[in-house]
Design a protein around this ligand. Sequence first.
Ligand SMILES: [Zn+2]
Length: 583
Amino acid sequence: MRSGVSKKFLCVLCVLCSSSFLSALDREAFTITKYDLEIRLEPEQQRLGARGKIVLRNDSPQPQKIAALQISSSLNWRAIRASDKALQFVSQPFTSDIDHTGSLSEAIVTLPAEVKPKDTVELEVGYEGVIPLDATRLARVGVPDAIARHTSWDHIGASFTAVRGAGYVAWYPITSESADFSEGNSLFEVTDRLKAREAESEFKAKVTMTRSSGDDVPLVICSPGAAALVEQISRAQHTSADCSWTNLGTVTPTFAMANYQYQTKPPLLEFSLPGHESVAATYLDALDPAAKFVTGWFGKPTAPIAIADLADPHAAPFESGTLLMVSMDDGDTKLAGTNLVHELVHSAFASPRPWVYEGLAHFAEAAYREQQGGRSAALDLLRAHRAAFLDAEKDLPGAQVRDIGPPLATTFDEIYYRSKAAYVWWMLRDMIGDEALKTAIAKYQAGDDKDPKYVQGLVEAASKRDLSWFFDDWVYHDRGLPALRVLAVHPWEDDKPGGGKRAPMVTVTLENSGNVGAEVSFTVKCAGSEVSKRLEVRAKGTATMRVELAEAPIEVVVNDGSVPEQDFGNNVFKISAEPAKPE
Ligand SMILES: [Zn+2]
């Protein structure tokens, strides 16, 4: 009993000591602006050994003498040096869900001298350890084991290896505050902040596997950020890949190694596992029509893209830059087509802004689905995106107009720059038409995109429309979603001046009780026909339109699903039988 109490007391003391020590430490003071690493893999032992150089820049307003460097908790720091001199460091576990193990090995490093704000320091680092499958951070928040394993699939293994970077596995050093899955959006905030801080960082890692025996020597691959991935592969007992990006952008440095079968049909490089030949062929067959479609919107895709197989048939797909990792166990040809369209957009079109780069790629998937299966097929694809951001867009009832999330224009949060951005581009296309949007895309130059309003300028010039309200509500702010309903419907029949009846008319008033405006479609349905129109309904506003019909109306439906809303339950208005006379 007594020892239990004192042990508990000691723990409290520990927590107090470390928290007062840690509160003085600004873990995000330094940004790693350059990585130059050599990674050695020993797949049988699940081992990784690393050494190399990193450059730290002090992004805080104060001079810094201490730096906190973190790697996955299954890796250990071996050496940290500056100008050939070993530096003092204390290694400690640091709880954080930014890594699949739910923890990091943190080195608190005493730098040789104070680093002034904006100054840099180069460090040599060495670390090693194992990367086994680990779903601790998901298990901790109650994700069922089976789902967790298909989500958290990163590991080094004898027959298959795939390891994604920070946010999944810190296989290279990072600098971050603790991230917690269970605390609302904390994990995503910390990860997004790291991505934003390292967006312009240069990353180089030579990933090498050497072994003395074995028949099928695996291929090592990584995101094809460099020009020719083909040169990065070799079949020998020694196999390696150069993974390099001059600017990380939204890329998560990732490597994989397996007994891949390799096929190429420019610009596609395809890596499939034995037994998955038929799906591999499906992708190759789907390439030409997908490339033709993408060329029509974005110009000819020429930069290499890669699709790599995953060993677990139920593994969640993953994309980083122009590399897509997806199981080729399932032969859904529609999925192969949209997956290719997405990567081909990246091949044809570059942008430093995540909502432009990824948003347009997701938009193109929906547009391709529309070409193949009609508008409702495209809206089905978009609906899957809506589920991703609905919760994030929930506002308190009666809340003042406020920003409840990050602006789309600058965010590094995937939920927004993928799913919400897909809708924003789709709505813009609905508003200005294919030709105007294609013109804006053709004029877009990544190097000119310095101001968040650059895209608005291109879209307005191409469409000759003032869209400042739309960009304000959807791109520069996040004020939730529109809340649309049919406020009133007024059917009537006009007498012709010379006698006889005119065609029935209906006056439709739409209301938007949300803080975000939208141009939305509505459909007046009759017994044997229907008429669809579009109306601009600003935030907290109403808009009215007269529609001429062929027969008496039955109901009016607002929003075919192309404008995201929280609640679609109030979008239908039933019309009573007796038409009224005009006032
Ligand atoms: Zn993408």
